[in-house]
Design a protein around this ligand. Sequence first.
Ligand SMILES: Nc1ncnc2c1ncn2[C@@H]1O[C@H](COP(=O)(O)OP(=O)(O)OP(=O)(O)O)[C@@H](O)[C@H]1O
Length: 265
Amino acid sequence: MATELHRQVNSLAGELEKGKAGGESGEVAVRVRSLTRSFDGRPVIDDLQLDVKPGEFVALLGRSGCGKSTLLRVLAGLDREIEGEVLVPRRKAVAFQAPRLMPWKRVWRNVLLGLPGRPGRAVAEQALTEVGLGHRLDAWPKTLSGGEAQRASLARALVREPDLLLLDEPFGALDALTRITAQQLVAELWQRRGCAVLLVTHDVEEALLLADRVLVMDGGVIAHQVRVDRDRPRDIADPLLAALRTELLDRLGVQAPEPAVHKVA
Ligand SMILES: Nc1ncnc2c1ncn2[C@@H]1O[C@H](COP(=O)(O)OP(=O)(O)OP(=O)(O)O)[C@@H](O)[C@H]1O
């Protein structure tokens, strides 16, 4: 069963690579149909459908354990024990909450890890400069702050020139101030690069400040979604965002606390 499904995933990815299903307007960066992923016979993802447009920024919310990371891992191609169809671009990259840098390699070498074709230091330098780390090329990972390590991890994703950037709570471990800076960086990179982004987050305000569309995962499916029809930078005190925040918190079964007021570019 799994092999058959792998084949299905691979042939769909090939189709997208050939340009039949991505890149042009009206087409998709992600197409998921009837996706099911079970652990020990229990479906965590259960007949899920999802489309993401090229260049769209989508945030994914949901209660702890609802399957957000599992979905992200499936889209990243890290988990193929699935049923259903998953269509994603070949050029995709993932950044996780923990930056996962190899401690025995300097920062610039970490950025190039796993890239085909022996790219040179200049390639890493360009990506690291883009995330504001051009001065830390030769640093060892252990000498980086949490925010710097996260930026190095973003550079490692960017160097792959992804059409789809998958972010799994990339700001979750950062302090509040560093988190806002990192959010602004992701907003800028997304605007500059024009790739589709799927951001898994626990933070409703972060989702509303950054995304074009916010999804709520529940019961193994996308149970609710809102479109955030606002130019950037956004203000969480904006009445539309405040209303969406209440709606999303309600769907998540959380009582709305007072919003923290900040803007993201
Ligand atoms: N490799 C695995 N083996 C068994 N169960 C797993 C595995 N990976 C995930 N699960 C289970 O699948 C469910 C969904 O996990 P997942 O990590 O996708 O949730 P999540 O929504 O990302 O949670 P959180 O917000 O807490 O990070 C959980 O019940 C988890 O225990």
